[in-house]
Design a binder for this molecule. Structure first.
Ligand code: NAD
Ligand code: UGA
Length: 471
């Protein structure tokens, strides 16, 4: 079949996956022109900013690659038609959020962006084009994409001018370590039924990934494996979070338990950090989708099993709020609370589904005033996530109920409590003798990530609660 060299790649979607993934491909494959396109003109403008600290995505190592390859073989553009037309291979990396209305609302993936991308490809592509699913998609989505593409080639004349192969190549990178994960993936998964197309994608990855790590399967296995990998990872977090509560009730220590359990090679030590529940744009969305698909196939017990992973995740956050209110004499009204970290994990500026959003909203509902610090998340982003940064008093005057803090130590000034929500490295060696005089006593620290030295905090006259330790 069509054995041809890939000279031009187009990636639809310049987000947390499209941007870093294409930057790494461009970095290893100088002979390929990589064009990343998006309908979001502001995002593309930021990818093209001269000042690399303004790139739309913060990932360690990313700006160095963009600086090296941009303008040479890595380009960011809003010109979707022309870049599709030129491409031999097109990656679909658009967002696949959970449906908010209609059939499957709250569970099924909304494939409207995937469908729109497929329609654009069917309209503008020329010659033989390999279409690669990079987004995380429900099993069997490749069939939908094929149906849309095939509809555009139904007449014999057009068929001679354009044809397609569809592959599934799910992405396993984690935010905060995206470049490292792309440089050294545990595996690369390629699903498809067109051997020639699979070989061309394998050729790209073998520029830097050992062949033994490149796994080829059928389309449905590749699509499903991605959902299941995320479900298994999230399941471990919910498992360890249930045990954190048991530790708090019994006097055991979650870190010791996790270490002892994880040293069994069959269990493994990764992903056993208890915390405020998993955030991020994917775990909740992908498990909801798994629950939806299982129910769709009549596998209700399977659906119930995975639903519990989500239930435990919300429960962990709710129990933290109850605990904080209880420790602070049952009321937060007019109390000032420092929020340390707003991103859903460290080393990223992403706040999607961050536990900080739920926790802050609940604290505001309880009447607290928040001072929020995060080294990478902007005040504008927090404003979007919390809805509004004002409360309306009965006489319709407006009063701010949270502020953004630019300085870590200043955040603690005049506060009654500090809640550590993201595990940023800079939180791990704080000078507690400097913080203590800034806080109103009795002061509380709530360490939802187990990152602080309990004794150091206590020695400085501050009460501390840490997840998975005696409450
Ligand atoms: P994102 O929201 O950051 O980026 C998606 C981009 O696609 C947006 O910039 C949006 O404007 C653009 N887009 C949407 N429709 C478009 C269209 N018709 N034409 C052109 N551009 C369009 O999302 P993301 O985090 O990069 O995730 C993308 C996919 O990758 C999702 O399916 C997600 O589940 C999956 N994934 C994400 C991660 C992660 O760490 N974020 C990791 C692995 C897989
Ligand atoms: C996750 C997966 O790790 C990636 O393999 C996958 O590609 C990606 O989802 C995706 O499909 O989007 P990501 O969400 O970026 O990556 O980050 P993780 O490191 O998995 O963390 C997710 C959440 O779980 C974070 O809120 C993190 O703080 C939390 N977490 C993680 C814990 O609470 N405990 C842990 O031990 C690990």
């Amino acid at each position: 079949m069509h054995s041809k060299e890939i000279k031009n790649i187009c990636c639809i979607g310049a987000g947390y996956v499209g941007g870093p993934t294409m930057a790494v491909i461009a970095n290893y494959c100088h002979q390929i022109q990589v064009n990343v396109v998006d309908i979001n003109a502001e995002r593309i403008a930021r990818w093209n900013e001269t000042d690399l600290s303004n790139l739309p995505i913060y990932e360690p190592g990313l700006k160095e690659i963009v600086s090296e390859r941009r303008g040479k073989n890595l380009h960011f553009s809003t010109d979707i038609p022309n870049n599709i037309k030129k491409a031999d291979m097109i990656f679909i990396s658009v967002n696949t959020p959970t449906k908010v209305k209609g059939i499957g609302a709250g569970q099924a993936s909304d494939l409207k962006y995937v469908e729109a991308s497929s329609r654009e490809i069917s309209k503008y592509a020329e010659g033989f084009t390999i279409v690669v699913e990079k987004s995380t998609l429900p099993v069997k989505t490749a069939q939908t994409i094929k149906d849309i593409l095939d509809a555009s080639t139904s007449s014999k004349i057009i068929k001679e001018k354009k044809s397609f192969a569809v592959l599934s190549n799910p992405e396993f990178l984690a935010e905060g370590s995206a470049i490292e994960d792309l440089n050294n993936p545990d595996r690369v998964l390629i699903g498809g039924d067109n051997k020639g197309a699979i070989d061309l994608l394998v050729d790209i990855y073998t520029k830097w990934v050992d062949k033994s790590k490149i796994l080829t399967t059928d389309l449905w296995s590749a699509e499903l494996s991605k959902l299941i990998a995320n479900a298994f990872l999230a399941q471990r977090i919910s498992s360890i979070n249930t045990i954190s509560a048991l530790c708090e009730s019994t006097g055991a220590h979650i870190k010791d338990v996790a270490l002892a359990v994880g040293m069994d090679r069959r269990i493994g030590k990764e992903f056993l950090n208890s915390g405020p529940g998993f955030g991020g744009s994917c775990f909740k969305k992908d498990i909801s989708n798994l629950v939806y698909i299982s129910n769709h196939y009549g596998l209700n017990e399977v659906a119930e099993y995975w639903q519990k992973v989500l239930t435990i995740n919300s429960w962990q956050q709710k129990r933290f709020i109850e605990l904080i209110v209880k420790k602070m004499f049952g009321t937060l009204t007019s109390k000032k609370i420092a929020i340390l970290g707003f991103a859903f994990k460290s080393n990223t500026n992403d706040t999607r589904e961050s536990p900080a959003i739920f926790i802050c909203k609940k604290l505001l509902e309880e009447g607290a005033f928040l001072k929020i610090y995060d080294p990478k998340v902007s005040a504008e982003q927090i404003d979007k996530d919390l809805g509004r940064n004002i409360e309306y008093k009965s006489n319709s005057e407006e009063k701010k109920n949270w502020t953004f803090s630019n300085s870590l130590y200043e955040t603690f000034k005049d506060t009654d409590a500090g809640i550590f929500i993201t595990e940023w490295g800079e939180f791990q060696n704080l000078n507690w003798s400097k913080i203590s005089p800034l806080m109103r006593k009795p002061a509380w620290i709530f360490d939802t990530r187990s990152i602080l030295e309990i004794e150091e905090v206590k020695e400085n006259g501050i009460n501390i609660w840490q997840v998975g330790c005696v409450a």
